[in-house]
Each structure stands twice: as C-alpha cells, then as structure tokens.
Ligand binder design. Structure first.
Ligand code: PLP
Length: 399
C-alpha cells in the first residue's frame, strides 16, 4: 500500500470522528516514527501519553511473542488463575501506593474509570459522583458524564444522573458538594486533557481528608499521570495521598490496550462476587506486556530520566516565554507532561502545523496550548532536537 491508498480506504470506510493529519504511519522506533514512504517524524505525543518506553521497544515484542506462544486468553477467562497475572500483581504491589492493595484489570482508561464509578456507588450506597471542571475521564456514557468539559457531554443527553462539578483546586467548592449523597470525588492529580493544570499537593491531601470525613471515596485518575509520566511512578504515592481507588491505563502497557484499578482493603471488603468482570480483564497477554513495561520503567530508573529531561525542557521553554512574551502566555507542567500556552488558539494552531511540516508531532490542547508528552526514555539530545523545531516554528510565527 502507499499512503495515498491508505488515506482513501480509511476516508471511505471509517466513521469520521476525527479531522485527520494526512500522514500514514507504518512503523516506529523509540521517539521516531516513519510513514509509508519512509519519511521520518519525531513523536512528542507518545501516541497520547501511551508509548512510555518508546515505539517498538524490544521488551514489548519479546513479552508478546513469549506469552502469545504460551496462551493469550485463559479457559473460562477470569475464572482461572494465571502466572502472568500473578507476576504483574506482584510488581504492581511494589510500585503502587502502600494503602492500595487490591487490583483488578480493564482494557482502557474509560473502562477502569467506569468500573470505579460503578463500584463507588455500590460500596457507599450513595449516588452522587463529584468531578472537576475541565477534567477528562473517558468517552463511555458514565465517564463522559463525569467529564468536566461540556464538548464531551452536551450532545449525549440524557447523561448519567447525579453528576456534580466543582472547581479544580477549590476546597470550598468541594466542601459544598460533599453531602451525605456523595459517593465519590473523581479527579486527576494533574489535569492532562484540560490543559496540564497542576494543583498543589496540599489541595489534593486536604480534599482527601474532606472526602474521608464525609464517607466519600476519593478516586484518583492516574491514567495520564501514572507510570512515571510526571517523574514519580504515581503522583499519589509521591505526595502521600490516601486515595481509596486509583485508576490506570495508557503507560501501564506502553501501547497495548490495557488498564487497571487499585483499591484499599476497606473498599474491597465491601465488594461482592459478581459486582464486576469482563472478558479481557487481566488477560495473560496484557499482563505479560504490562509487566515488561513496568519492569523496564523500574530497572532503567526511567523516573530519574523524566525528572532530568523534563527539567531541561521546561527551563528551555521558560526562556522562550521571556523571549516571546507577546506570543507565549505560560509554560507549565511536571516531568514529561508539559504545555506551552499561547495568546490564542490560532497561534497555537499555526505553530503546531509548522511543527508537523517540520516533522514533529505535538498535541494542540484546549485550543491555545501545545502539549508535549514524549516517550519517557527520550534522551536529552532527542528532546533538544524537538525543542529546536518548536523554537523555529515560534520564531517564524513571531516574525
Ligand atoms: N482519564 C484520563 C485522565 C485520560 O487522560 C484519558 C484519556 O486521555 C482517559 C481517562 C480515558 O482513557 P482511554 O482513552 O484509554 O479510555
């Protein structure tokens, strides 16, 4: 096939949910990807925060080959035991916050959040789900209902009832919503899709205390921030946050569709046989890949790389803000979840298009932002290569 054939087939046959970039990606390696004609691109999106250990990392290929040569899906699915699953559970037990001792699996982030919301209602016997304005929790009906961005909700009415929204970072607003009907407060520890909004650690810990006092479960959505994206394995563990449920996906298996949620013994004790399940939940193939990815993150001290390369990137971008104050209104983020905010949507659009012309993928976010979230094992030189392209694009736009 050529790119042209691929464009024609996809455009003719797919449900058109996206305005697509006319690039047909055939393969990748590390932070690079190649189109069908061999054109090379630098990927600062890691497939939307997913390919945390780079494209085509051999440890994933090896885990896939080894496990698929043994078994992909167990007889009777989750009703039988799996050594691949047990191995992953052991490793997760070592990296998860200590109070979150019980784990179950999913195939995506939305599915993990959907389960967390459903189970919070069951466990508390309450109905209200509180979430934050600008949040993103997924595209199923329950997770879209809990998503604080109207564009993801308003076309699908009636949504799930009993969803309330509070201002991210505002404890007074949260306190008002914490009635005796509040089953759960779901939030991202750093809002990703909402524009890389970093709250204070104090806000998150104080919010947990308020929730616990009210008998409301705190669900921390680490689907974008987990697995070293911001430096530490989880934001939750790094600030000693006492979540009741933590949801995971994206980086958990480096691009293989997989997710999970972890909970405390107290929450798990209120769950009964039959409350949840799913054909692929904890499928041995997904578990083997996830184990390979998390093991790579731990043994290669990827967390340290994220801190170092992230610091270099944010310092460089802060310099641009001083140089182009008429274009850049903010630079923010943590680790390798970063955003440059421009004066308006058109400027961010122009700069991201220029980056793509120069063969760098970035993600325009919330209109006026450009989000940078590359593979977490990116080298300093690769980061510098991409930053040079963005600076060129900004300079051309300023001129
Ligand atoms: N939660 C957060 C914080 C996310 O960033 C996303 C996806 O971007 C989701 C949930 C949904 O995950 P998925 O697309 O795997 O369903």
């Amino acid at each position: 096939m050529s790119s042209e054939n691929t464009f024609n087939t996809e455009d003719r046959s797919m449900v058109p949910f996206f305005i697509k970039q006319k690039i047909s990606i055939e393969r990748g390696e590390g932070v690079y990807a190649w189109d069908e004609e061999g054109g090379q691109y630098l990927d600062f999106t890691s497939g939307w925060g997913v390919t945390c250990i780079g494209h085509a990392n051999p440890v994933i290929a090896e885990a896939l080959a080894e496990q698929s040569g043994k078994i992909i899906q167990n007889p009777n699915s989750g009703l039988t035991y799996s050594p691949a699953r047990a191995k992953l559970l052991d490793l997760l037990g070592r990296v998860l916050p200590k109070n979150l001792t019980r784990v179950f699996f999913a195939s995506s982030g939305a599915e993990a959040n959907d389960a967390a919301i459903k189970l919070a209602r069951k466990v508390t016997g309450r109905l209200d789900i509180i979430s934050t304005h600008q949040s993103f929790h997924g595209r199923t009906i329950s997770t879209a209902s809990a998503t604080g961005q109207a564009s993801h909700r308003e076309k699908f009415n009636p949504l799930m009832p009993n969803n309330l929204f509070v201002k991210f970072g505002d404890l007074t607003d949260l306190e008002k919503a914490l009635t005796k009907d509040a089953a759960a407060f779901i939030l991202e520890p750093i809002q990703g899709e909402g524009g890389v909004i970093v709250p204070s650690g104090k806000y998150l810990n104080d919010a947990a205390a308020l929730c616990h006092r009210n008998g409301t479960l705190m669900i921390i959505d680490e689907i974008q921030t987990g697995f070293c994206r911001t430096g530490p394995m989880f934001v939750t563990g790094s600030i000693g946050l006492e979540a009741d449920i933590l949801t995971m996906a994206k980086g958990i298996a480096g691009g293989f569709p997989f997710g999970a949620f972890a909970m405390t013994e107290e929450v798990a004790a209120k769950i009964d046989i039959g409350d949840h399940g799913g054909t692929y939940c904890g499928n041995p193939l997904g578990c083997a890949v996830s184990h390979a990815v998390i093991n790579y993150l731990v043994t290669n001290n990827v967390s340290e790389n994220v801190e170092r390369v992230g610091k270099f990137a944010i310092e460089t971008m802060n310099g641009w803000q001083d140089q182009f104050p008429e274009l850049i209104t903010d630079v923010r983020g943590k680790g390798l979840l970063l955003l440059i905010e421009f004066r308006d949507d058109a400027t961010a659009g122009r700069i991201s298009s220029k980056c793509l012309e120069k063969r760098l993928f970035v993600r325009q976010t919330q209109g006026n932002g450009i989000r940078i979230f590359p593979a977490l094992n990116i080298t300093g030189d690769e980061m510098a290569e991409g930053l040079n392209i963005i600076r060129e694009a900004i300079t051309e736009t300023a001129g």
